[in-house]
Design a binder for this molecule. Sequence first.
Ligand code: NAD
Length: 329
Amino acid sequence: MKVCVIGGAGYIGSHAVVELVKEGHEVVVVDNLSTGTKDSVDPKAKFYFADITHKEELNQVFDLECSIKPFDAVLHFAAKIVVNDSVYRPLEYYHNNVEGVRIMLEVMVNHKIKNVIFSSTAAVYGDAKQGICREDDLCAPINPYGETKLASERMIQWVAKAHDLNYCIFRYFNVAGAHQSLKIGLLRDNLTHIIPITVQAGLKIRDAVTIFGDTYPTKDGTCIRDYIHVSDLADAHVLGMKHIVEKNESILLNLGSSTGYSVKEVVEEVSKHLDVKVLMGEPREGDPAMLIASSSKAKEVLGWSVKRSLADIIQTDIDFRRKHEKTPR
Ligand SMILES: NC(=O)c1ccc[n+]([C@@H]2O[C@H](COP(=O)([O-])OP(=O)(O)OC[C@H]3O[C@@H](n4cnc5c(N)ncnc54)[C@H](O)[C@@H]3O)[C@@H](O)[C@H]2O)c1
């Protein structure tokens, strides 16, 4: 298939591109390199520098590419993703995440492209009181980031109804780890994810990791989350795309491991390999005690489940950071 990967120079998008190329698909990447890097893009993919909030830029790519051969599907990874930042800059998040999706859909409809794969998030569930999230649970985001993702999901669903479009919406849980080649992984300033932060503390790239709160109603008092290896996620995209194209239907699925680990357990797992300094901090506002995916639907519909464990996630992140980040050692 010929596919357009918007945001394919970013962390998750670049892993999806590798898998799509490996499966023999013809891949065109569109990215404005706001957080991604061109070096992360598989050299077998074609690259266009363009911002999807500028309709004429995206249109040009689609006009050119579709005149050669139309896209069978478009994958969207191009979002701003820092939850805390979204609280202080909601307009930027709505503009990039929601307006970007609106323009993408308009360009797709105008070019008669029938399939879209969209990266959504567990943040759409909000403060999930029961802790285990199912796809038909009530969605009530508690920050602008989650709101922009839910608004995008709903826009895609309405447009699909009106314009004969199939969608595959994936709600990811906590994504981490690096590609086994160690060529791509999560590299960025101001990391907010617990695994890379703990690994950086272990590698002395930062002083310490802070655990925010140990009085939650969980087994050890720290928050419980569901971690998924980025390559497992990439595999799901290849399957999801094939499914909606071949079956001509739409799907919405959680992608997680269905297993929860506490922040303390994550830190302990990293500490098996590295000496990590740990600080205790106050609980953060809006952090639910437990967020775990029910992933039975992804297994049922796509035959997909995670192949990589928390230990694999941590090992690949350590190996990747040892290779790519400057450590004082
Ligand atoms: N990382 C996670 O843990 C996580 C969890 C849940 C959902 N998601 C979703 O997965 C997707 C990818 O996340 P990521 O972690 O790879 O983020 P990322 O920042 O690494 O990647 C986003 C990519 O999109 C590009 N981009 C952003 N805005 C653009 C625009 N207007 N035009 C063109 N390109 C643009 C960036 O340059 C970057 O290459 C996002 O939609 C995010 O909401 C991520």
